[in-house]
Design a protein around this ligand. Structure first.
Ligand code: BTN
Length: 304
């Protein structure tokens, strides 16, 4: 998969000859030819003339399609249908993989937060980042905030009026209907994470009547989105936020619809009710209650 990404990066930068590709990728010319044939079978239109191989057309969606022109160092494993991209991500992580995005058109057993099922009909963008970040488990929630920021930005670019509800739901600002759910899973020791799976489920080109109550889709709001470009924007946005916790929090505050609202957060220690005033690293919600300032790490948040 890494060779395919390298080949697609080389093709994206202009016409390139077989020998140049062989040299750049460190493989034989025959291997290059085979890889080009694989791309053609995957739906790429690739011409070859005196100046070399030239990409004329790209398939609508898929792993190679998303990798082509992707300005982030991820390979993309695509499935038309899979039980859960997070479950597949765990398999890859346990096998030692990293910097992979598992992407699917449909999930048959999508997983949501709090052991709930996640409805994932065909036409969505269901993706799971497989990462091995050099962070403590305590800091991992920041990745979830980054995923919400990257997805909200991509939705707004597509014309959808999206905003973030703490901690990581992306909703339509006007009605509060849900567009995106995010589920982060990880394994690690006390001071260091081994791997993180950050799963993002976007109700993209999905008929609203296949969604649960309280949910909406990009299709319902603005019509179908180009899922290839959309997935690229999310991956690139997520990647560029990774290294900068301050940028994540700043962007999250700007896109949040929870701040300044009265909320009720159900936590393990009981409900916290008051005005949500800020978010702090690595994702704590600051709530001004009648009893004073509360800082909430996790819980189900309801806007009142
Ligand atoms: C939620 O409950 O709001 C979180 C839903 C997360 C769904 C996504 S879809 C891609 C990834 N794979 C899964 O099985 N779940 C996450």
């Amino acid at each position: 998969m890494k060779t395919r990404k390298a080949l697609l990066d080389a093709l994206a930068s202009g016409p390139v000859s077989g020998p140049e590709l062989a040299e750049e990728l460190g493989v034989s010319r025959n291997a290059v030819w085979k890889r080009i044939e694989e791309l053609r079978e995957a739906g790429f239109g690739i011409e070859s003339d005196g100046s070399g191989y030239r990409v004329e057309s790209v398939p609508e969606f898929g792993g190679a399609a998303v990798e082509y022109g992707l300005e982030a160092p991820y390979s993309v494993e695509y499935h038309d249908a899979i039980d859960s991209t997070n479950a597949r991500g765990r398999e890859l992580a346990k096998a030692g993989d990293s910097d992979v995005v598992v992407l699917a058109d449909e999930q048959t057993a999508g997983r949501g937060r709090l052991e709930r099922a996640w409805n994932a009909p065909s036409g969505g963008v269901y993706m799971s980042f497989v990462l091995r970040p050099d962070v403590a488990p305590m800091e991992a929630p920041l990745l979830t905030l980054a995923a919400a920021v990257a997805t909200t930005r991509a939705l707004r670019e597509a014309g959808v009026d999206a905003g973030i509800k703490w901690p990581n739901d992306v909703l339509l600002r006007t009605t509060g209907e849900k567009l995106v759910g995010i589920l982060t899973e990880m394994e690690g020791e006390a001071d260091r994470v081994s791997w993180v799976i950050c799963g993002i489920g976007v109700n993209a080109n999905v008929d609203p009547d296949t969604l649960p109550e309280g949910a909406t889709s990009v299709r319902e709001q603005v019509g179908d989105v180009d899922r290839r470009v959309f997935a690229q924007r999310v991956i690139e946005g997520f990647d560029s936020l990774q290294t900068d916790p301050d940028a994540i929090l700043g962007a999250w505050r700007e896109l949040a619809i929870t701040l300044g609202r009265r909320v009720r957060v159900e936590t393990r220690d009981g409900d916290v009710v008051g005005e949500a005033v800020d978010v702090e690293s690595p994702g704590r919600l600051v709530v001004e209650t009648e009893e004073g300032t509360a800082r909430v790490h996790a819980g189900d948040c309801e806007h009142l």
